[in-house]
Design a protein around this ligand. Structure first.
Ligand code: PGA
Length: 309
């Protein structure tokens, strides 16, 4: 069979759009040029690829079969392109990173250090909630995700790279603020300001209270760590947040970390990507950088309490 890559490309556009006019627009060709290429392809193959139903066109059986093959050819060509681009090294790469909202407190710093080492890499950072992170992984829309709870029911590779202690916080004038040891039962009598449903932090807190047979009293729900810290400062309730989010508040003594039984709730940060996703030199460099450097570059604020971090 004697057809060209160009004819296949034109055929694919018509088959996908089911319109010669729209395919011509997409390919910046005239409509007669598109029709001619499709006709030549049909002549070469010896079978009709489209049938005309009034003003509509549809794929014939042969057209459908060929469309499946052309889609596979396109995937292989895109992969070849990616691999060959990769061989040019780190010069022109793009890194797409998505992080959970809490991780944003250190991710930008990490990316800034990485960007200094690899100045020609373009970086796109998306800060979003857990549900969106999972959807992005499903749809292959991101190279790497930084999150606290990799979902167990997906085929992913997840590596823990840094501790993520969750601490209980109160305003400095709160009656529990200067206690050296607060039982969990006493803490559970307080009202808490919590993150929204779907937040990894919130899931971990709910699990912790349940495991210890305590009920978590809440009523106030907020969709960002910043809002929670403001609410706690304003005396609306106690909070439980990642120690990573508290740098400024602890420095300015606007918030106190409580010495509560079972705290900090010790979690990990994970770097997550789809199993089998091909590494480019850029994603590999970022992956190795985070594993080697994250704990050195990201300092946890001093919380004036005993943690084993
Ligand atoms: P989040 O953080 O609470 O901002 O979703 C992610 C996590 O800790 O799992």
């Amino acid at each position: 069979m004697n057809f060209t890559f160009r004819q296949l490309k034109t055929f694919e556009a018509v088959a996908r759009q089911l319109s010669f006019t729209r395919a011509a627009e997409e390919l910046f060709l005239t409509q007669p040029a598109v029709s001619m290429q499709v006709r030549q392809l049909e002549d070469n193959i010896g079978l009709p690829l489209f049938e005309h139903l009034g003003r509509r066109i549809d794929l014939t059986h042969a057209g459908l079969v060929l469309h499946g093959f052309v889609q596979r050819i396109n995937e292989v060509v895109a992969e070849a392109d990616e691999v060959l681009e990769g061989m040019k090294g780190l010069r022109r790469g793009l890194l797409r990173i998505s992080v959970a909202s809490t991780a944003n407190h250190f991710a930008t710093r990490l990316l800034a250090d990485f960007a200094r080492q690899y100045p020609d890499v373009s970086i796109s950072l998306d800060v979003t909630n857990r549900e969106t992170l999972i959807r992005q992984l499903e749809n292959n829309e991101t190279d790497m995700v930084i999150m606290g709870e990799p979902p167990r029911d997906m085929d992913l590779e997840a590596e823990a790279f840094m501790k993520n202690p969750l601490v209980a916080i109160a305003p400095p004038e709160h009656p529990l603020a200067d206690k050296t040891s607060i039982s969990l039962a006493r803490l559970a009598r307080e009202r808490f300001v919590l993150r929204e449903q779907g937040s990894g932090t919130r899931d971990a807190i709910a699990r912790f209270f349940e495991q210890h047979g305590q009920e978590l009293k809440t009523g106030l729900e907020m969709s960002s760590n910043e809002a929670i810290k403001h609410a706690v400062e304003a005396g609306l309730g106690l909070g439980i947040v990642s120690l990573h989010t508290l740098e400024l508040e602890l420095e300015a003594a606007r918030i106190t970390v409580l010495n509560a039984e079972g705290f900090p709730i010790m979690r990990n940060w994970y770097m997550v990507h789809r199993r089998g996703k091909r590494d480019t030199p850029v994603t590999k460099a970022f992956h190795d950088y985070v594993l080697a450097e994250a704990s050195q570059h990201v300092r946890l604020p001093q919380a004036h309490m005993s943690t084993d971090t």
